[in-house]
Structure formats: C-alpha cells, structure tokens
Design a binder for this molecule. Structure first.
Ligand SMILES: Cc1ncc(COP(=O)(O)O)c(C=O)c1O
Ligand SMILES: [Zn+2]
Length: 437
C-alpha cells in the first residue's frame, strides 16, 4: 500500500481520502459481518523519526492524521506545530502533556516471580492512564480535517461523544477541554462521584444511563449510538465506533519496541473493550512489516471472571480449528463473517475489582484474535484473588500505584505462570495502564 488507507477488514470497503469523518465502514450493521476499520499504513512511512520525546511527534508517520494532513497540503513542520500547540493546551488543563512513558526492568518483582519482568508505566500519562493516547490520535485528525480552508466554522463543529465511566471519560474530557470542544459523556449510574465531579468541572455534559429492565448490552453504548445518529462524533476508545482510535494507542507499544530494551518473549495485556490490545497487536505487526524489529513478543490477553467475552470468542475459534482442521486464518475469516456466533454481550451482570475491564462486549475482538494467532499468543481469565494479589505485589515492590484494572495484566501473568505458558526466566512485559484514584 503506497498511501495510508482506512480499510474494512470484513468487506474491503475503503474510506475516500477526502472523507472528513471516515470513522466506520459504510456497510456497518449490514449482515453478520464484523465491519471493523483498520489503518493500513503507507509502505514508505517512517515509523520512528527519533526526533522528539513526544510520541505524537516521534511516531507521527504512523498516524492517519499525519497522512491526512500531508494529503491536504500540510508540510511535516505544520503537523509537528499542531501536535505541539495541542500538547501545550493539554498541559494547561492537566499539568503536563504527552511524553514517552517509563519502560524498564522491575528487578524486585521479577525475582519474586522468577522472571525477567519489564514494566511500562502509564500511571503518570495524561489524565492518569493510557487512554489519552487513543484520543490524541483522534484529536489531531479532527484538527487536520476541520481546520484551514474548506474546514468547518468554529460555531458549526459537531459535539464529541463518548461512553465510559472512568479513565477514557477523564482522558476525553481533558483533551476536549484543551481543544475547546463540547463533549457529551455517557456514564453508568454507579460511576464514581469524584470522577463525575471532575468531568463536570472540566465542562463535559454528563448523562447517566440506567439499564432498562432485561436490557442486553451496555446502556451507555445505546445512548452513545443515539448521540452519534444525531450528528455527534465518536471521541472514544472503541475501534468499532471509530477505527482511527487504534492509531494513537499504538504509540504505547512503539515506545517499548524502540527504546533499546532486549526483545520480550511475552507481552500480557488486559482487555476491556479491546482497543488497547488491538493497538498492541497492530503495533507489533507494523513494527515487523516495516523492519523496525526482528521479532515481536507472544501477546496474551487478560479478562476477569466477571466478563470474559473475548476468551469465549477465542475458545470458539480454537474449537473450529480443532474440530474442522481449519487453519487459524480460515477460522478467523469465518468469525469475521459470522460475528454473532463468536461475540455477543456477556449475559451475567459483570462485577470485578478491575472495574475498567468489565465491558460486556470486546468491541475490537477480531483484530485481537488475529494478533493472538499471529504471535502464538493466548487468552487467560483471572479470578478476583489473583487480581488483588497482583495489585498488592506492584504496590509492595515498586513505587508505582496502579488501580486493579491498571495491574490486571500482571494478574494474567501470574495465571500464565501457573499454566506453564510462561516459563521461569522468560522476559515478560506488563503494562500498568492506569493509576489508582
Ligand atoms: C487502566 C485501564 N487499563 C486497561 C483498560 C482496557 O482497555 P480497553 O478497553 O481498550 O481494552 C482500561 C479500559 O477502561 C483502563 O481504564
Ligand atoms: Zn465493511
């Protein structure tokens, strides 16, 4: 692919280069196919420009926003200027902007586990989690296509909208405030009061969404879709609603792959809606394709017993492979065409200490399962005791203070060790994705 394109992985639909808001496949909702957009990066893109501590400058050529800017006549310097202006505005709201986050060995915890353990610390990132990365990719894209000649008058900018109760909502609110854009946030009735106060203080319109009797699926998502149907733009961390959200999330793994550390054997990633893991596996694939690294880790994904729709989907794919002697590619193609047989809302009301990964559907499931197949990875489900133990271990052995959601990847690693998937002495990466509030 000589130029960057947004392509649907189910039907091959491709967004027009001059489309302003190409966030989902035009055929989405038709049939049982999983119409998920993927950014196929231009072959000649330079993944790592090595020229900044800001990941959105350094890895700018991996962003569809950069390609959209260049296609609209912007210079590279124009784009860098945009990143810097937005970053300064974010710093005025949140105290600091984006910078490459720490990634290094955790010797005390590693020796306790008998592993060469490496930790990526996202707890001091913008708004206290990795979520702002996803949204910065979107914000840059919006600034490119809405600004300048042929853009949108300031008074006519559509509102932004997101469904979330925690980290994603906070990140969206900080970024929308920095860009002076109105934002609607759809939250469940049990969202934390302190979080809601912060959202309101920063100017977001917060809408509480109770579950209707017998309702399957997330009521916040139902409200979000209504808002989108009325013209709001999906400013969210779910690739099915906005395929572009995966781009910015990839900076996390690009940072770890390019920091000069020895290659990891395994990477363990916690999964809620799935955008984070999707970004991780797609960053691995890009890095390999573009020759940035000689090999990538086996990627394992983690869910809680409270809600594990991705583990269920992966088990069904594996069943197909075993019972019909199908290749992974064939089984995954079948899954892409028959979503309802592989992914549907978790039936029981979900509960866990890791409340941030309780999404009752894994919206980015297909991209993740492809990544598991490509990297010889796996899917694990952890119980509440393991989630609590993992969080305690991090607090006891490091200076990092993640939430239970933030340390859920480590819980998955404990489980992978018990199963023997991860062997003593292996080099393993874990993402501490969000701070305890
Ligand atoms: C701290 C933290 N880590 C990980 C995740 C999981 O990300 P995703 O929903 O993209 O799977 C979330 C989602 O809310 C989160 O808040
Ligand atoms: Zn499609």
């Amino acid at each position: 692919m000589n130029r960057s394109a947004l392509v649907c992985v189910a039907c091959g639909w491709q967004a027009a280069t001059d489309a302003r808001y190409p966030f989902a496949c035009a055929h989405r909702g038709q049939g049982d196919g999983e119409h998920l957009l993927e950014h196929r990066l231009a072959r000649d893109a330079v993944l790592d420009r090595h020229d900044s501590a800001n990941p959105f400058v350094r890895f700018r050529e991996t962003l569809y926003a950069w390609h959209a800017a260049r296609a609209r006549g912007w210079s590279d310097a124009d784009f860098v200027g945009l990143v810097q202006r937005l970053d300064e505005a974010i710093a005025r709201v949140d105290g600091h902007g984006f910078t490459i986050t720490p990634f290094g060995p955790a010797p005390a915890l590693g020796s306790h586990l008998g592993l060469d353990l490496w930790i990526k610390d996202e707890t001091h990132n913008v708004a206290g989690s990795h979520k702002a990365r996803h949204l910065m990719g979107l914000l840059l894209y919006l600034a490119v296509v809405e600004g300048g000649p042929g853009g949108v008058a300031a008074g006519e900018l559509p509102p932004l909208a997101i469904a979330s109760c925690g980290n994603a909502a906070l990140a969206a609110t900080v970024l929308a405030r920095a860009a002076a854009r109105p934002l609607q946030v759809y939250v469940p009735p049990d969202a934390e009061g302190a979080v809601l106060d912060r959202l309101s203080a920063l100017g977001a319109t917060v809408v509480v969404c109770p579950r209707l009797p017998g309702e399957q699926g997330d009521p916040c998502m139902r409200h979000l879709r209504q808002a989108l149907a009325q013209g709001a733009l999906p400013f969210c961390c779910q690739g099915n609603e906005n395929g572009l959200t995966i781009d910015g999330g990839q900076t996390l793994l690009l940072e770890t792959l390019t920091c000069g550390a020895p290659p990891l054997d395994h990477l363990v990633v916690q999964v809620g809606g799935g955008a984070l893991a999707s970004a991780c596996v797609q960053a691995c694939a890009r890095a390999l394709e573009h020759g940035l690294v000689p090999r990538v880790p086996r990627v394992h994904v983690v869910q809680t017993q409270g809600a594990a729709p991705l583990a269920r989907a992966w088990a069904r794919v594996q069943q197909r492979m075993a019972s019909q002697s199908e290749s992974a590619a064939a089984a995954l193609a079948c899954a892409a065409a028959h979503r309802s047989q592989f992914m549907w809302p978790w039936e029981a009301p979900p509960h866990s200490v890791a409340s941030g990964i309780l999404d009752d559907e894994t919206y980015d499931w297909l991209a993740i399962l492809r990544g598991l197949a490509a990297t010889d990875g796996s899917s694990v489900v952890v119980d509440e005791d393991t989630l609590k133990l993992a969080n305690r271990l991090v607090h006891q052995t490091t200076a990092i203070t993640p939430s239970h959601t933030g340390s859920a990847g480590l819980a998955g690693l404990l489980q992978l060790q018990r199963q023997g998937t991860v062997a003593p002495g292996n080099r393993v990466g874990v993402l501490l994705t969000g701070v305890q509030r």
